[in-house]
Design a protein around this ligand. Structure first.
Ligand SMILES: NC(=O)c1ccc[n+]([C@@H]2O[C@H](COP(=O)([O-])OP(=O)(O)OC[C@H]3O[C@@H](n4cnc5c(N)ncnc54)[C@H](OP(=O)(O)O)[C@@H]3O)[C@@H](O)[C@H]2O)c1
Length: 368
């Protein structure tokens, strides 16, 4: 099919003017390429489960106003700045929404979602990287445009391809504690969107066993159906009892936590830490508000390592893409995830509502 790599003068964007009023679809000048960036036609952009609460101000995420919201997306490069050395027009890319200051490692924003937590980060999002992927075209740093092997990923299996569709590729990989093949990993809570992804990535990375913790028994049953290596443990609210159940499964090497906002008082933190082996590792990637009580002395005596991570590095996302390309990590229906809905920019409200109830086995995307 012939493809045009011309940028139109204007394009449609979904703009947030203020959290007090509905988002608006507007016509805007199309972004132009320059040194260090590429302009990409957005094919499908992800919608996270709590988008509605972010953009209506219920979750007090800091971001500039007005701006174009968005998330991780799949798109096609249309034009690049003169210093692009790899990207070419037409290249299918994953747009990594973690934008970093090139001269400051502590400046990090999540494009379309949050302006970060220091002045340097704010400078990035209030200036050059204000607008994100809920638009027909978007401008992204060259290093955030992750090239995808379209022929292999989207090609039919009869031609040796993996047969994915574009929307299947919006997924996230997590590994910040150096998980090694054969190791036992606890994931808690494993029944949410990112928890389930973490279980799948751990399996693809060769984890010996993945212990998936959660409160929802139906979601736990669906996780144990993924693979014989997945063992589920219910979070009952009895810290000691759950710790004993985990310990009976043998000491775990690592624990990946992806707890949401409201889970600070959950008992699973303490149960999972109690079940780790000496020198075990803990990866904290969730967002429980209000702080969590940790067993200080126990952590000290057992030489445990606690590591916090916001998002992921470019190297990690490249190895995630490699995992998918190799066929070790299955996405989309092959990975038990179906596309719940594809929504146009005008249907942003329906998209946010659908994402809020979709659960971890369904993906909601905006297709501008
Ligand atoms: N560090 C990073 O880079 C990064 C990146 C993305 C997301 N996050 C964080 O990850 C968190 C989770 O995101 P998500 O999209 O996976 O959320 P989600 O799909 O809404 O899932 C939330 C999970 O938490 C469980 N849960 C809710 N309340 C709980 C409680 N009181 N006690 C125990 N479990 C509870 C839910 O299980 P039930 O079915 O039992 O309710 C579900 O498994 C977000 O808060 C976000 O801040 C961090």
């Amino acid at each position: 099919m012939a493809q045009s790599f011309q940028l139109p003068k204007t394009h449609r964007v979904l703009r947030l003017i203020s959290t007090e009023e509905p988002l608006q679809v507007q016509t805007s000048p199309t972004p132009q390429p320059g040194p260090g960036n590429a302009v990409v036609k957005v094919l499908a952009a992800g919608v996270i489960s709590y988008s509605g609460d972010v953009y209506n101000g219920k979750r007090r995420y800091p971001f500039p106003k007005p701006f174009v919201p968005g998330s991780t997306a799949i798109g096609r490069v249309v034009a690049m700045g003169p210093d692009a050395t790899t990207l070419t027009p037409g290249q299918l890319v994953l747009l990594d929404c973690t934008i970093r200051g090139r001269d400051n490692a502590s400046a990090i924003i999540l494009s379309g979602l949050v302006e970060g937590h220091n002045e340097a980060s704010r400078k990035l999002m209030h200036g050059e990287w204000r607008d994100s992927t809920y638009a027909e075209y978007t401008k992204f740093p060259l290093e955030n445009c992750i090239p995808l092997n379209e022929e292999h990923l989207l090609g039919p299996s009869s031609a040796g391809g993996l047969g994915y569709c574009v929307e299947d590729l919006i997924h996230m990989g997590l590994d910040d504690i150096g998980l090694r093949p054969g190791e036992t990993l606890i994931v808690a809570p494993a029944t949410g969107q990112f928890g389930r992804s973490a279980v799948c990535v751990a399996l693809a990375m060769g984890a010996g066993r993945v212990i998936a913790m959660g409160r929802n028994e139906i979601a736990l049953a669906s996780l144990s159906a993924l693979d014989n290596c997945v063992i589920t443990v219910k979070i009952t609210g009895d810290e000691q009892a759950d710790a004993e159940t985990l310990k009976k499964l043998g000491p775990a090497d690592a624990y990946f936590d992806i707890s949401p906002h409201g889970a600070a008082s959950s008992t699973h933190f303490q149960s999972a830490i109690a079940a780790l082996k000496h020198s075990g590792r803990v990866s904290l990637m969730g967002g429980p508000r209000g702080g969590v009580l940790f067993p200080y002395v126990d952590i000290m005596r057992r030489n445990l390592t606690l590591k916090g991570t916001w998002m992921y590095t470019r190297a990690q996302i490249l190895s995630f893409v490699q995992l998918v390309d190799s066929g070790l990590l299955s996405l989309g229906e092959k990975g038990g995830v179906t596309i719940e809905g594809k929504f146009k920019l005008e249907q942003w409200k329906e998209a946010f509502e659908a994402a809020s109830v979709a659960g971890p086995e369904k993906t909601v995307v905006i297709v501008p």
